[in-house]
Design a protein around this ligand. Structure first.
Ligand SMILES: Cc1cc2nc3c(=O)[nH]c(=O)nc-3n(C[C@H](O)[C@H](O)[C@H](O)COP(=O)(O)O)c2cc1C
Length: 373
């Protein structure tokens, strides 16, 4: 029996116990001194919500319409590479969760399951995230594969011109593809639960890269710095469906992206994994909302660790909220059961928060629920 998880922090600790240090640090870590990661969370926690009473909140509705689809909950799963490091089959577990709860799951270019397999499992709940590395040809091949597989939402990540140094990964000797030296061997040996459920089933691979014609000699650390406004124009012409640009922190960039014909911006500082001196993503959200206007779709992530954090991001102008690490903490702790518990606990926290704000319908949430707004 998996232990109950009452908070994301408990899930994190349970994952820390079960995962080898190499894996836990890859998931939990961030760039540099990890100050941006810390600030993301602190900035969200400092925001206060205004309790209201004597409103009938007996029935609450958490469904939200976004990008032309009715979702079961106002939050979804952010793209994360190499999820199968946490547990064999983790990408498929996330896909299952997305279907059961009717939430979006974004499969990363660096996913450990092919985009075709994930779409078969999750249908329109699956979105595809694109990185552009050494080769434009590889990127465009992935775009065409996503189109052929039936994806309707493509997300271009633009905040990784170069993978930032993550000190824990450097110290642990974390490498993709995997290399197992004596240090890693010892780490795996003292975490037998993980080794039995994951390592012995085969080390995770970069499944989308390995199955692409242009995927040879792929280097995860090569520059991704060629992506510019010209590339966005080319991508816009090639991709006929919804196009979201992820990793936007500047109001000026957000306006430019809207003018370039994208269908939404995704405000994020990559969970603090890129620029350690970046401001908290939540701090930029109101200015970006102002820059793109009331109607332009905005997604948000970075630092959400509870249901009231989701409510705060929606109140500050996000249309939809994504989370990254919390789902992998759940999987790291207890596989499919763990990720289901994370969704259930976030859902309950959002619902109880709405009740206390006197706002029974998530679609009616606005800035008036924030103290001092
Ligand atoms: C282990 C891990 C892998 C990630 N891989 C990707 C990726 O492949 N593509 C991407 O756009 N973002 C990636 N991200 C960033 C997430 O999409 C998201 O922006 C971030 O995790 C949000 O912050 P949070 O973890 O505080 O919720 C990754 C994050 C983590 C923790």
């Amino acid at each position: 029996m998996a232990q109950p998880l009452f908070s994301i922090d408990e899930a994190r600790l349970a994952a820390k116990r079960r995962l080898p240090r190499l894996m836990f640090d890859f998931i939990d870590g961030a760039a540099g001194q990890e100050r941006a990661k810390q600030r993301n969370r602190e900035a969200i926690e400092q925001l206060q919500l205004q309790p209201r009473v004597l409103v009938n909140v007996d029935q609450r509705n958490l469904e939200k319409t976004f990008l032309g689809k009715r979702w079961g909950l106002p939050f979804g799963i952010a793209p994360m590479g190499m999820c199968n490091l946490a547990w064999h089959g983790a990408d498929l577990m996330l896909a299952e969760t997305a279907v059961v709860h009717n939430i979006p799951l974004t499969l990363s270019t660096m996913g450990s399951t092919t985009l075709e397999t994930i779409h078969q499992k999750a249908g329109e709940n699956a979105w595809f995230q694109l990185y552009v590395s050494q080769s434009d040809a590889l990127a465009m091949e992935l775009v065409d594969r996503a189109k052929d597989a039936g994806y309707k939402v493509l997300m271009l990540t633009v905040d990784v011109p170069q993978v930032a140094p993550r000190l824990r990964d450097l110290r642990n000797g974390f490498k993709v593809p995997f290399r197992i030296g004596p240090k890693q061997f010892f780490d795996f040996a003292i975490h037998p639960q993980w080794s039995l459920t994951t390592l012995f089933k085969g080390a995770p691979r970069l499944a989308n890269i390995e199955t692409s014609k242009h995927g040879q000699n792929f280097d995860r650390h090569a520059s991704r710095g060629k992506v510019d406004w010209g590339f966005l124009d080319r991508l816009r012409q090639r991709w006929p469906h919804t196009l979201i640009i992820k990793g936007v922190m500047s109001p000026q960039d957000a306006r430019g992206i809207a003018e370039a014909g994208a269908d939404g911006v995704y405000v994020s500082n990559h969970g603090g994994r890129q620029l350690d001196s970046a401001p908290p993503a939540i701090q930029m959200l109101p200015q970006i909302r102002q820059a793109v206007g009331r109607e332009f779709p905005i997604l948000f992530d970075s630092g959400i660790r509870s249901g009231d954090g989701i409510v705060k991001a929606l109140a500050l102008g996000a249309d939809f909220v994504m989370l990254g690490r919390p789902f992998l903490y759940g999987i790291g702790a207890a596989g499919q059961t763990g990720v289901n518990q994370i969704v259930a606990l976030l859902k309950n926290e959002v619902s109880v928060t709405l009740a206390q704000l006197g706002c029974p319908n998530i679609e009616d949430l606005d800035g008036s629920v924030l103290v001092g707004d």
